[in-house]
Design a protein around this ligand. Structure first.
Ligand code: SAM
Length: 314
């Protein structure tokens, strides 16, 4: 005989790709709950089929939540209600917090069955600091609103975690580079699925990588915290200038580096002219003149490294 669940609300995390990630406890709750509140009944029917059970489902999503919630709260007095989303942890960029709030207010039991969450899974893949992180969900898709949202958190000393779609990925990465400076980042895609990958690099290099090749599948962006607040060294300025000069004329290169490193544009312009000036013949290098590296020595214009478990052909 199946155990009977105490009345109340059960928040059940479900897989974000690999069905093997459904925990035994999640499976048990989904098998025994009186009703399962679902985002999309077709998606959850598939999960229930996978564990070989049939349970009554009730749609609970952004468009009907206000209407359905009071009835669900009333049912929790005598029935067990499991809440799931299509994938991952309910409430995380998914509906549910108002249901939890109202269930608590009504004095009902509220239990969580934790499990997969794309944001946390991506953090574990990116190789960036995890001691402090800020989850931003989806940024606004409109350019101006997105830039404002980025400006708001530019000085937060934490790793940032964002959800994004393939078609908007490159624009989002460019906006992040523009608003935050060119930090290290990771793009984690299709986590726990066949073509899982996590590509790391600077924001601008990642933006360039995806500009003409929007990736398929589901995506999480992870961005490193702002660097230590040490003033940029002469070497930092020189290497940023040398890199910028491979792409831009002198005045634009100086402008870009001035903005990126917070240094004086005119001084950088003068330095860029020095860096660009042709080298004297061997033995005649004057003091203070630094040669621009040859193409073989110069930093890669697209310093992206891909750590890929299985790769798609695209
Ligand atoms: N509640 C879910 C969670 O716990 O991760 C997130 C739901 S949100 C509506 C869906 C977004 O999560 C996707 O657009 C994508 O950005 C991210 N996501 C979900 N599954 C993913 C996966 N397997 N790999 C990468 N990102 C994923």
């Amino acid at each position: 005989m199946k155990p009977v669940l105490a009345p109340g609300l059960y928040i059940v995390a479900t897989p974000i790709g690999n069905l093997g990630d459904l925990s035994p406890r999640a499976s048990e709750i989904l098998s025994t709950a009186d009703v399962v509140a679902v985002e999309d009944s077709r998606v959850t029917a598939g999960l229930l089929r996978h564990i070989g059970v049939k349970r009554p489902m009730l749609p609970y999503h952004d468009h009907n939540a206000d209407h359905v919630r009071p009835g669900l709260i009333a049912r929790m007095a005598s029935e067990s209600v499991a809440l799931v989303s299509d994938a991952g942890t309910p409430l995380i960029s998914d509906p549910g917090y108002k249901l939890v709030r109202d269930a608590r207010a009504a004095g009902h039991l509220v239990v969580t069955i934790p499990g997969p969450c794309a944001a946390v899974a991506a953090l574990t893949l990116a190789g960036l600091p995890t001691d402090r992180f800020l989850f931003l969900g989806f940024l606004p898709s409109k350019q101006h609103a997105r830039a404002e949202a980025i400006a708001e958190i530019a000085s937060v000393r934490a790793t940032l975690v964002l959800y994004e779609s393939g078609p908007r990925l490159a624009a989002c990465l460019s906006a992040l580079a523009e608003g935050l400076g060119d930090r290290e980042a990771g793009v984690a895609r299709e986590i726990t699925k066949k073509f899982e990958e996590c590509v790391t690099g600077t924001l601008s290099a990642l933006a360039a990588r995806y500009a003409d090749a929007p990736p398929r599948g589901e995506i999480v962006i992870v961005v490193a915290p702002p660097g230590e607040a040490r003033p940029p060294s002469v070497e930092d300025a020189d290497s940023a200038l040398v890199e910028a000069l491979t792409r831009l004329p002198v005045s634009k290169a100086a402008g870009e580096v001035a903005k990126k490193l917070g240094l004086d544009r005119r001084e950088l312009y003068a330095r860029a002219m020095e860096l660009k000036s042709p080298l004297p013949l061997a033995g005649g290098v004057g003091e203070g003149v630094v040669s621009a590296p040859s193409p073989a020595e110069s930093p890669s214009p697209n310093p992206v490294s891909g750590e890929t478990r299985k790769r798609e052909g695209n």
